[in-house]
Design a protein around this ligand. Structure first.
Ligand code: FES
Length: 320
């Protein structure tokens, strides 16, 4: 549900990792230790973007063994709604911010004999924490990290220094690509596969693994979608009996929250299913952007995920 435990933190470091990515470090305002977390967890960062309240989820990338602070990385999206731009331009060391207690929707299965990790771009961040955790536990793992070029290959140097030959880099602009079929073929029985990155990469990795007979329980993926921008629309809430206007750069979930509605959420990125709402009437097109609802559910227009999905039409009524 919403109302997760919130922590007031101070930004102690803002580091430009490359031309697109900045790293942020948060410590507790009261000087205490942060709550513990496991590799793959994310936190939701609250922002006041010129009067618009934005809540964006970011994977924790710091070592789970170190609870003196949390670190996240944010990739700037110049065409997005403004959350990443706010983080890049508006957040400075010394600032007070509010973040949620970590939630893990992409946890390691520690029963695995080996952990095979595939990252694309900024999808590297949860793996940085996971590898630190696996390293201290003495578990077997291997990372295959695809990125556009050396300049944008964030953290590659640090990862190679810490994990040596367990880390493999692939640069798109140098025409390097993961030989996925072969990689999946040579893994020992009991290996679990984890993938985080762009949607196309996740689909490719999961569908290849499934076609090769990998058991469903050994496949793990995470993709946080940034809520897309779009045309403004209205949504009627059948229980609260109010109509909420959703602006072009606002998600439906943000608009509900701004109207004082206590709507449930966890990931705010179309992945966890927590915000699912029943649609009781609709005369237009539901623009489904999540990867939670099945294709059948999407086609049936009976449910919507307000954290990322939008509507085009005159009337949308949801049960909330
Ligand atoms: S909050 Fe996770 S799917 Fe919407």
């Amino acid at each position: 549900m919403s109302g997760q435990t919130r922590l007031t933190v101070i930004v102690t470091e803002v580091v430009a990792v490359n031309s697109l990515i900045k790293r942020f470090r948060f410590v507790r305002e009261d000087g205490g230790l942060m709550p513990g977390f496991s590799g793959g967890a994310h936190t939701v960062v609250e922002m006041d973007d010129n009067g618009t309240r934005r809540l964006n989820a970011y994977s924790l990338m710091s070592d789970p063994a170190d609870t003196s602070g949390y670190e996240i990385s944010v990739r700037r999206d110049d065409t997005g709604r403004g959350g990443s731009l706010f983080m890049h331009n508006g957040v400075k060391p010394g600032m007070k911010m509010v973040i949620s207690q970590p939630v893990n929707l992409f946890g390691l299965d520690l029963r695995a004999k080996k952990h095979l990790m595939i990252a694309g771009g900024i999808g590297i961040t949860p793996f940085i924490a996971q590898m630190a955790q696996l390293d201290s536990l003495g578990h077997r793992f291997e990372l295959h990290y695809a990125m556009r070029d050396r300049e944008l290959g964030a953290y590659m140097k640090e990862l190679s220094a810490r994990h040596g030959e367990r880390v493999h880099a692939y640069y798109d602009l140098e025409k390097q690509a993961i030989d996925l079929a072969n990689l999946l073929k040579i893994q020992p029985l009991g290996t679990h596969l984890y993938v985080c990155g762009p949607k196309g990469m996740i689909n490719w990795v999961l569908s290849t693994a499934k076609a090769m007979g990998w058991p469903k329980g050994a496949l793990h993926s995470e993709e946080f979608l940034a809520p897309p921008v779009g045309e403004a629309f209205k949504v009627e809430l059948s229980r609260s009996k109010i109509t909420v206007e959703v602006g072009p750069t606002q998600s439906m979930l943000e608009a509900l929250e701004a109207a004082g509605v206590d709507a449930p959420y966890l990931c705010r990125g179309g992945a966890c299913g927590q915000c699912e709402c029943r649609v009781t009437a609709s005369d237009g097109e539901i623009l489904h952007y999540d990867h939670w609802l099945s294709d059948e559910q999407k086609a049936a227009k009976t449910h919507i995920m307000p954290c990322v999905s939008r509507f085009k039409g005159e009337r949308l009524v949801i049960e909330l």
